[in-house]
Design a binder for this molecule. Structure first.
Ligand SMILES: [Zn+2]
Ligand SMILES: [Zn+2]
Length: 898
């Protein structure tokens, strides 16, 4: 596999040699731009006026727009989008609604990181029609690799609004010049930025499996947007042409707003209401003089690009003729406020879209940024109302994203639970920290302590640890949770074998069929068509017969269904009769359909943040793992069961049909993608009336009433943010009910008609008895005292104790022991236990009671041992009195008495 960086380099070289093939050279010349080479970094760039450095702040010397905006327009967040969308609509683009930030339609990532993610892989590959063409979209996108830069550089965000301009065309319909001119005119005419202020860089960009040359738009050191001409698909060896040519332009919405105003940072103009509140409640106000001076340099502090941040701070403060400490004191608390505002906005989008913070996967980073907020609040002693911040964000963004107010209550609840977890965590941290006192903590230790135990470096500092925290601390933590795509394990090489025709999709009721053997791989048989459902989508496989030979397992590999038929003698080309086991299929379909019902019920009871994490349907039971931020109460579990059984009673239709993916997404939204993501152009949509719609490939019933009954067996937390519900349905549930009833009847016979009262009485009596037994034991141990034998100035007691377990022996021994005692007891309860103790004086005189216990235990058919002073063991049987005699002899021998 060649690295993406290497591929980008190759594309850049190619486009550098052949600009006409990749860039809108005609249009560039038309607007009077010329191609030049940067004397500092050597890259090709285009500009209207003569210049010898490119537009990058590193080459052109920081940002030149602060306090001096080159734009004629001064749009706010919402009206900027409206103006942009009007401008592009007039030029033939269709504005579409944003996609969720949770990328449910993809398996390679949990978050949408750029607007093109919405259309990968199927739209980009040409398999699926785009929702409009060409189109524009204001897509919130999330990345965690810049967390440490947020707040400081003025331009970095975890979530930024990536305004996309996209076209997906056949190569001959691709309009390079138009796409470029539309964007250029927007910057030039729409924002009112003069030509001479715009510098265009040639570069290459790749992501999500695609790649292309690109043109970056810089204005006074700030990169506003990047227009990627996505012509390639990344392969194992390099890259190859896509069948479609894709335009992928991403415009930083926050940056556009910022450059319109030329303020010190982009945060205030993009989140004005929230910043107003935060300034008010904390009493912090940015020192505008320092920030205005600082911001042009802050680009140097980009933690991605610098090695030693401390030296950059020094350099910047020198150039500003300020003391480093003074500079940091002016910058850091304000940067913390910006971070809080930004992170809570990111969380609002993510939680609204159904993500739950967790300790695993990329969702861990959601927890991390929330804790970063709480850590700042604690460090500076701020009392910030988090609910109010997310509410203010939602209200402010309403003109663009009205949906943000819909789940607000849930978002608040999830953040409350996260805050509680944070507080609890701090208490546990104290214990861990105790064990670390005096240790030198490395950078790796710090990341590990934070990642695994949530112990923040600030906290360690307050506890007196001297530590060096890396400047890219949060990025290092986030790095540990990068989504890794699981390589699907392949059991058989099925290359060259045609996909099996799946009769269970055409007719779920078909259980008898005829098919031709097309391949035999030892015990495994491939047919041209089959009604056997293979293990997939969390549903176990069918069983049955092929020509009276038993089918014991069925799997699917790349669309090819393989049947395991031990002892078969089929030849390729032979026609066979297939017969699927009816009972098993029925029960699997009952459990599968119940999973849909359970999910819709859980969403109804717990909230729309609930998604299917995974599911498993077997014949004896089923389980559904759902995303949820806290434990369930008994009432909630009961309510989920009640709603599920209500759905059964209402006898809804379970509709199964194939739909074009595009149409299904439009109609039902991304809630469709509950299980794994079925690939391809068409999607099999399973609907329960109009209550629930899922893309699903399993076997289902036709009506909910066929389920009969659902019983939840229990629930537990399987990982942070994931709750497992175990349940049974249909015949299995009925059997469970019958069994429960039978047990109840049995109990009634034993304790009477009122079982609860009967059991309560039993419990009471049992408790009383236990107390009495303890009393008796105490009396017993008192009684044992006279039977000590005196030997060599020691008191020796060797005997058995009836109905005593290990604990009892221990108690008795403790009560009787002294410096001069040797005690060996064998208890006869359910099994034999051996316990021995020898006092200080006895040990000095040569007694090793552990040794005695070992021998006694062995004699009794068990095992034991210990120290000279204490021994413990067990036995399984034997003549206890004989063994005790032997024990005495051993002790005498140790004392030199025999
Ligand atoms: Zn340069
Ligand atoms: Zn299903």
């Amino acid at each position: 596999m060649v690295s993406l960086d290497e591929l980008k380099k190759r594309v850049k070289e190619e486009s550098g040699k052949n600009p006409e093939k990749f860039f809108a050279v005609e249009a560039l010349k038309e607007i009077g731009f010329e191609r030049r080479t940067c004397k500092k970094c050597g890259r090709y760039f285009w500009s209207y006026e003569e210049r010898d450095v490119c537009g990058d702040s590193q080459c052109s010397g920081g940002w030149g727009f602060i306090g001096d905006s080159p734009a004629k327009k001064s749009y706010g967040v919402i009206d900027l989008w409206k103006a942009f969308s009007d401008f592009f609509s007039k030029r033939g683009y269709t504005p579409i609604k944003r996609y969720p930030v949770a990328a449910r339609w993809r398996e390679d990532t949990e978050f949408v990181r750029a607007s093109i993610y919405n259309f990968q892989p199927y739209v980009v590959s040409g398999e699926v029609e785009p929702p409009a063409n060409p189109l524009i979209v204001p897509q919130p996108s999330i990345r965690f690799n810049d967390v440490d830069n947020v707040g400081i550089t003025g331009s970095h965000y975890v979530l930024h609004i990536h305004v996309g301009q996209h076209a997906f065309t056949k190569p001959q319909e691709y309009q390079q010049d138009k796409y470029f001119r539309d964007l250029f005119d927007w910057i030039n005419l729409g924002l009112g930025i003069p030509k001479k202020e715009i510098v265009l860089h040639e570069d290459a960009w790749g992501g999500g499996g695609n790649l292309g040359a690109c043109m970056e738009f810089f204005v006074r050191g700030l990169e506003l947007c990047n227009q990627v001409y996505m012509f390639y698909r990344v392969t194992d060896k390099g890259y190859e042409d896509l069948d479609t040519k894709v335009l992928d332009m991403g415009l930083g919405h926050e940056r556009s707003v910022w450059i319109c105003h030329g303020t010190e940072t982009s945060y205030e103009v993009n989140m004005p209401d929230v910043m107003k509140y935060l300034y008010k409640v904390t009493g912090i106000k940015p020192n505008r003089e320092i920030w205005t001076k600082f911001l042009p340099y802050s680009a140097y502090l980009n933690i991605d690009e610098v090695e030693d941040v401390e030296s950059v701070w020094k350099k910047v403060s020198n150039e500003m003729s300020l003391d480093v400490k003074e500079l940091k004191e002016a910058v850091l608390p304000v940067a913390a406020l910006y971070s809080i505002a930004e992170h809570l906005r990111a969380l609002l989008f993510a939680l609204n879209d159904g993500m739950i913070p967790s300790n695993t996967g990329e969702r861990h980073s959601l927890r991390m940024i929330f804790r970063r907020c709480l850590d700042f609040m604690e460090r500076y002693g701020w009392d910030i109302d988090i609910h109010k911040v997310v509410e203010t964000h939602a209200r402010f963004m309403k003109g663009m994203y009205p949906e943000l107010t819909e789940n607000l209550e849930n978002v608040k609840k999830i953040l409350d639970v996260e805050t509680e977890k944070y507080e609890r965590n701090k208490k546990e941290s104290m214990r861990i920290i105790e064990g670390l006192k005096g240790k030198r903590l490395t950078e790796k230790d710090l990341v590990e302590l934070y990642d695994s135990h949530g112990i923040h470096p600030d906290f360690l500092r307050r506890q007196g640890f001297e530590i060096d925290v890396p400047a890219d601390f949060y990025s290092k933590v986030a790095e540990r949770h990068v989504h890794v795509v699981k390589e699907e394990e392949q059991r058989f090489d099925v290359s060259g074998i045609p996909e099996t025709k799946k009769l269970y999709y055409e007719d779920e009721k078909m259980l008898e069929f005829e098919a031709k053997v097309i391949k035999v791989l030892d015990e495994w048989v491939v047919l041209d068509r089959t009604a056997f459902y293979p293990t997939s989508g969390g549903q176990e496989h069918d069983t049955g017969h092929l020509n009276r030979k038993e089918v014991v397992d069925v799997i699917v590999e790349r669309g090819v269904v393989l049947h395991k038929v031990p002892g078969h003698d089929f030849r390729e080309g032979q026609v066979v009769q297939g017969s699927v086991d009816r009972e098993r299929r029925k029960q699997l379909s009952v459990h599968h359909t119940s999973t849909h019902v359970m999910l819709l019920s859980a969403r109804k009871v717990l909230g729309t943040h609930v998604y299917q994490h995974s599911a498993h349907k077997d014949v004896d039971k089923a389980r559904l793992d759902i995303t949820h931020y806290t434990n369930l109460t008994d009432e909630e579990v009961e309510e989920i069961e009640r709603v599920a059984n209500d759905v059964i009673k209402k006898d809804y239709e379970v509709l199964k049909r194939f739909m074009p993916r595009r149409e299904a997404e439009d109609k039902y939204g991304f809630v469709l993608y509950q299980g794994g993501v079925p690939p391809g152009k068409t999607l099999r949509v399973v609907s329960i009336d109009d209550l629930d719609h899922q893309g699903c490939g399993g076997t289902h019933l036709d009506r909910t009433s066929e389920i009969g009954l659902i019983r939840i067996l229990g629930w537990r937390k399987v990982q942070d943010g994931v709750i497992r519900l175990e349940f049974v349905a249909g015949e299995v549930a009925r059997k469970k009910e019958d069994e429960a009833r039978r047990i109840l009847e049995e109990c009634k016979k034993m304790v009477g008609e009122d079982v609860i009262k009967g059991v309560e009485n039993l419990r009471k009596r049992w408790k009383e008895n236990r107390k009495r037994i303890e009393g008796l034991r105490e009396k017993l141990s008192e009684k044992l005292s006279p039977s000590f034998k005196s030997v060599s100035g020691l008191r020796v007691l060797v005997r058995s104790v009836e109905s005593a377990g290990p604990k009892d022996l221990q108690k008795i021994s403790l009560r009787l022991s002294g410096d001069d005692t040797v005690i060996l007891l064998v208890g006869t309860d359910d099994r034999l236990s051996v316990f021995g103790s020898a006092g200080k004086v006895a040990v000095e005189k040569g007694v090793n009671i552990g040794e005695v216990v070992r021998e006694v235990s062995q004699e009794l058919g068990g095992k034991g041992g210990g120290t000279p002073g204490l021994g413990q063991g067990f036995g399984t049987g034997g003549n206890i009195e004989d063994v005790l005699k032997k024990a005495e002899e051993i002790i005498w021998r140790m004392l030199g008495k025999s």
